[in-house]
Every structure is written in C-alpha cells, then in structure tokens.
Write a protein that binds this ligand. Structure first.
Ligand SMILES: NC(=O)c1ccc[n+]([C@@H]2O[C@H](COP(=O)([O-])OP(=O)(O)OC[C@H]3O[C@@H](n4cnc5c(N)ncnc54)[C@H](OP(=O)(O)O)[C@@H]3O)[C@@H](O)[C@H]2O)c1
Length: 252
C-alpha cells in the first residue's frame, strides 16, 4: 500500500460519460482516483492521462463489476496502487435495446441486473469492509448512480433497467442505515437525460435530443452537471447527508 495521504476514490465505469467526468472532477479536487472500466482500456487510460497532466493521481483497472472475483481483485489493486478506498462511486451501468417487457428474455434480465444491481452490491461490500470503523477503517462515503428511470419506469423502453435502478435506490436507503454509525454515508444521484454514449446501447443514440424539448428545462444534461453533485455528496460539506437522493433531471 502507498503512503498516499489523499482521499482515495474508486469510480466504477470511469472510462466514459458520467464516470469519466466524475473521475476528472474529483481528481482535481484532490482525490487519488481508481478508474475502473470493462472494455474501453484506451478511454480509461486517457482519463488517467488527463488526471496526471493536471497534477493529480489516477490508476486504471479493468474489471467487470458483475463478476465477484474481478471486483475483489479491483479493490485489491486499488489498495496496492493508491491505498484503501475512502470513497466509492457505483457508476457502472448498462441498458439494452429498447423493448417492451413482453419481449424480454431471462438472459437480458440477468445481464442488466448483474451489472446494475449485483455489481453495485459487490462494490459496496468491498468498500464497507475497508471503510467501516467497526472493521478498523476510518469511514468514507458511497454515491450510487441511480436514474430518474427508477421514478419514471421507462415504459416501452427498458422497464428492466428502471427496475434495476429501483433496486439501487433501496440499496442506498438500506445500506445508509446499516452503516450510518460506522462512519460511512451512502447517497445516490438520479440523473435524467444526460448526453453520453449509453443511449446508443438502447438503439437510440439521439434519445436525449428527442426528449429535450419536453423537459421543463428544455435541454439535456451534461456529465459534468452530474459529477458536481457526486463530488458534493462525497465531500465533508455533505457530512450530515445520508440515505438521500439528488434528482438531476432538468425538472422532470
Ligand atoms: N446518460 C444518462 O442519461 C443517464 C441517466 C440516468 C442514469 N445514468 C447512469 O449513469 C451511469 C453512467 O452512465 P453513462 O451514461 O455515463 O454511460 P456510458 O457512457 O455508457 O458509460 C458506461 C460506463 O460503465 C462502464 N461499464 C459498463 N459495464 C460495466 C461492467 N460490467 N463493469 C465495469 N464497468 C462497466 C463502461 O465501461 P467501458 O467503457 O469499458 O465499456 C463505461 O465506463 C450508469 O449507471 C447509468 O445507468 C445515465
């Protein structure tokens, strides 16, 4: 383990979109950042390169958060390279081709829930094992990247994805109470319609533009606008905030 004095943040899915924006912003605020990715090695290395060019510290680690052994290895590598995590952003998430529930098969449901729910639980488990004062840690903060979909349901698009974010909301509530007396705060952000590549996986790359004008603010959001809320929730400025949700959806 290094003698690093900076707080250590692990961002799952930090290679692109909201995760990459969070990694950059938090590194600029003084965190050493472990940038997890599953496939986009070049993009993850680029995020780390940008962090280092700006004088920060980062490290990229490949792991599929839906695979228990890979999550364990991810946190061990973070321990070795940067130190034990003091902050976790459970950001990695997937959605699949837009379709109705009456067309979905079990394999799709398993894939979505493996990443969005099981992955978040496994990463939260590893973080709590390191942060909890009950286990000799010095506390920490977890932010789960949920979605406005958990409130809206995503009918006709991906009710499976929305349901997985509902599970993430309940993880946020339950875990926040479970570890509140152990120095750990657990909160969530619920972004709405943010310009990233995730919408292409649903088969509609310009989905945000289609919906933008129907939103109260009449525009989509940027990854940085989500990252700012995550940074605040992780920070001491939010020291009495736990089990809370910040909706970042332009008023929807
Ligand atoms: N964009 C929106 O409008 C919106 C709205 C609400 C909520 N969200 C949530 O915000 C989070 C980030 O979404 P985004 O829009 O930034 O998506 P994105 O641009 O598609 O990026 C997804 C990130 O997750 C990583 N990832 C996917 N599966 C993974 C796995 N099994 N293990 C590890 N990493 C994995 C990807 O890694 P690779 O690059 O290696 O593939 C990538 O870094 C997700 O949880 C999403 O549900 C997004």
């Amino acid at each position: 383990m290094s003698n690093n004095r900076r707080p250590v943040l692990l961002v799952t899915g930090g290679s692109r979109g909201i995760g990459a924006a969070t990694a950059r912003l938090c590194a600029a605020a003084g965190y050493s950042v472990c940038v997890n990715y599953r496939e986009a090695a070049d993009a993850a290395r680029q995020v780390v390169g940008e962090i280092e060019s700006a004088g920060g510290q980062g490290h990229a680690v490949r792991a599929d958060v839906g695979v228990e052994s890979e999550v364990e290895r991810l946190f061990e590598l973070c321990d070795e390279r940067l130190g034990p995590v003091t902050a976790l952003v459970n950001n990695a998430g997937i959605l699949e081709q837009q379709m109705r529930v009456d067309e979905m098969d079990a394999d799709r449901l398993r894939r979505v829930f493996a990443v969005n729910v099981v992955g978040a639980f496994l990463c939260a488990r590893e973080a709590v094992r390191r942060m909890s004062t009950r286990r000799g840690g010095s506390g920490g903060a977890i932010v789960n990247v949920s979605s406005a979909a958990s409130r809206l349901g995503s009918a006709g698009e991906y009710v499976d994805y929305a349901s997985s974010k509902g599970a993430l909301d309940t993880l946020t509530l339950g875990l926040s109470k479970e570890v509140a007396s152990e120095g750990i705060r657990v909160n969530a952000v619920r972004p709405g319609f943010i310009r990233t590549e995730i919408h292409a996986s649903g088969g509609e790359a310009d989905r945000v533009e289609r919906i933008a004008k129907s939103l109260p603010m009449q525009r989509g959001g940027e990854p940085d606008e989500v990252a700012q809320a995550i940074l605040w929730l992780l920070s001491d400025a939010a020291s009495y905030v736990t089990g809370s949700f910040i909706d970042i959806a332009g008023g929807r």
